[in-house]
Write a protein that binds this ligand. Structure first.
Ligand code: SAM
Length: 304
């Protein structure tokens, strides 16, 4: 007779826990990608005219041969690298996607985002259990920064602010044009991008619509950093407005964009902001675009 509690009746669907195993080990995949990027594996392979051997990669990234071999095998298994055998020796090269998205020199590189995920977001998620228990962000445990205000923590130094802004930039370089052309925005010539950050979406807007001007409305220190690092004087139709969208009046516009803004705030704060935008809208003229490019089921609830 089986001891009580050991009999498990399974349906065919529950017989193999594929999803659970994938979720359980998902972080191994992320860490493999982070490590390969941090060590410069994809940059090294991109800079070479021909596929490289294990010895050449290990030398190039200044890492142990054993560790490099395991990392390259994992990347090959994840379809991030191609292998071929030449004269009995395994040679490694980038896949097409790795060349395009995982090399620093690519105009649509995701490497800055990957570094941010590895060095910042990953650490915060380490404390997710505490965050859920306490109902507050865990920046103090992760980075020694005590802050109720998410952006005070994110912008804890100029260097960190630039990194965050690079993170914001990178996705618009990939999908910004698709987002701004999903609807015909040509009737709107005076556009305000509320919380416009580094101006990457603003740049996509002015590229797609030659008649429009876009003003980035953001906190003063963000505007300063954006001017210094991201928006040059060549971008004549992109300008700035320093302000706090909770405290300051919103200027007149034909169109307000709120891209990846509402997920940062509680429902109460979001309603406060949306009400303010609604009141600023010219009757029957100024629509609001709210852009969210997160998967709602996953990270939305955890950002505040
Ligand atoms: C998650 S980022 C989104 C940036 C940009 N819209 C994008 O999609 O790349 C949120 C932005 O809101 C800005 N922000 C936060 N609090 C703000 C406030 N009170 N007033 C104005 N901007 C604010 C931040 O500085 C940051 O640029």
């Amino acid at each position: 007779m089986e001891p009580a509690g050991t009999t498990v009746t399974t349906t065919a669907a529950a017989a193999y826990p594929r999803k659970i195993l994938d979720y359980m080990e998902g972080f191994l995949v992320s860490k493999t990608l982070f490590t390969a990027c941090e060590l410069g594996v994809f940059d090294l392979l991109a800079s070479s005219q021909h596929p490289l051997s294990l010895e050449e990669v290990a030398l190039g990234i200044r890492a142990s041969q054993d560790g490099t071999e395991r990392l390259l095998a994992a990347c090959t298994g994840l379809d991030l690298l191609n292998t071929q055998t030449l004269d009995g020796q395994v040679m490694y090269s980038n896949t097409e996607q790795s060349s395009v998205y995982l090399t620093q020199s690519s105009p649509v590189s995701l490497t800055q985002s990957i570094h941010y995920s590895s060095k910042t977001i990953y650490l915060c998620w380490h404390y997710l259990t505490d965050a859920v228990r306490e109902g507050s962000n865990q920046y103090e445990k992760a980075f020694g920064v005590k802050s109720e205000d998410l952006f005070e923590a994110l912008y804890r130094s100029e260097e960190e602010m630039v990194k965050f802004m690079q993170l914001m930039n990178s996705i618009w370089n990939i999908c910004g044009r698709d987002v701004v052309t999903a609807f015909n925005l040509s009737p709107f010539t005076t556009i305000y991008d509320l919380g416009g950050c580094s101006g990457a979406l603003a740049k996509q807007c002015v590229l797609a619509y030659p008649e429009c001007t876009v003003t980035i409305f953001d906190l003063p220190k963000v505007v300063k950093t954006s001017r210094e690092h991201f928006v040059t004087n060549d971008n004549q139709r992109v300008s700035f407005h320093e302000g706090d969208f909770f405290k300051d009046a919103l200027p007149d516009a034909d169109l307000y964009i709120l891209a990846r803004i509402l997920h940062d705030w509680t429902d109460v704060r979001s309603i406060e902001l949306l009400t303010k935008v609604y009141r600023a809208c010219r009757p029957a003229r100024s629509p609001v675009i709210q852009v969210s490019i997160q998967r709602p089921s996953m990270s939305d609830g955890f950002l505040r």
